[in-house]
Design a protein around this ligand. Structure first.
Ligand code: BTN
Length: 242
């Protein structure tokens, strides 16, 4: 496995998007610190010395029809590694992993498109040994350390994650989406009311579960439908039984 290590870089994902042509498939980039870490929906991603941040370049045998499953695969691998570490977590469709309802990891999937799809860059940030969070994040974020009181070897964590990721990804490339079973069992949103950003329109929906194709099954009033991508915010004022 080709792991490129930096002490400081703007963003491991931006690096791969610049250098994808010169690097081999499955290259991994990690850095102790990012000066311009990117989150989803144009947000920034802040790291500290306790974070593990890395990106993976995928450029061979890409399956355009099943790209939307990749963040889910990444999230299930995080769930799996945390389980092996004795930490119980859940996967918040489509991109986050939570411990006790607080986010400990985020996943950003980006593509390189030049006339056709050339490469995918999967960027992952995990709060491993982070000691504290400021402001608004205090309520919303956690780290493996904060939730267990234990410190983890950050390099070991990266290698354990990559082992899980590449083994799941090989299966996925062969059409085996077994990871969806893990997702279905440990999906955070099941049974919750969410405010769904549905193609720019806000909808209050009850989450019924995850479909076999990885989409989110939701119910709005009496209508059941499936959502393939988007942002689901927990709706604190609504309760399915209330
Ligand atoms: C999110 O939750 O909004 C996604 C966060 C993804 C952050 C990771 S850290 C490594 C990689 N490089 C980036 O600039 N972003 C991703």
């Amino acid at each position: 496995m080709n792991i490129i290590r930096f002490d400081t870089i703007d963003s491991t994902s931006s690096y791969l998007k610049r250098e994808w042509e010169h690097l081999e498939d499955s290259s991994v980039v990690t850095s102790h610190h990012q000066t311009a870490g990117k989150g989803r929906l144009g947000r920034t991603w802040e790291d500290d010395s306790g974070s593990v941040v890395f990106s993976v370049l995928l450029k061979e045998n890409l399956d355009e029809e099943r790209i939307h499953l990749l963040p889910l695969l990444c999230g299930t691998c995080l769930y799996e590694v945390l389980r092996r570490y004795g930490i119980s977590s859940s996967i918040k469709w489509p991109n986050d992993v939570l411990i006790d309802g607080k986010k400990c990891a985020g996943i950003l999937l980006e593509s390189v498109f030049e006339k056709k799809l050339e490469a995918l860059v999967v960027g992952i940030g995990v709060n491993v040994n982070s000691l504290s969070f400021d402001g608004d994040l205090k309520k919303k974020a956690t780290s493996l350390f904060l939730s267990t009181g234990r410190k983890f070897d950050q390099d070991r964590f990266l290698l354990d994650y990559l082992d899980c990721f590449f083994s799941s990804y090989r299966k996925y490339q062969n059409g085996d989406d077994g990871f969806l079973d893990v997702l279905k069992k440990h999906s955070y949103l099941d049974g919750k009311m969410v405010l769904l950003d549905y193609y720019g329109e806000n909808r209050n929906c009850l989450v019924l579960g995850i479909n076999d194709d990885g989409s989110l099954k939701v119910k709005e009033k009496d209508k059941v439908y499936s959502v393939f991508s988007g942002e689901a915010t927990l709706h604190s004022n609504y309760h399915p039984l209330g």
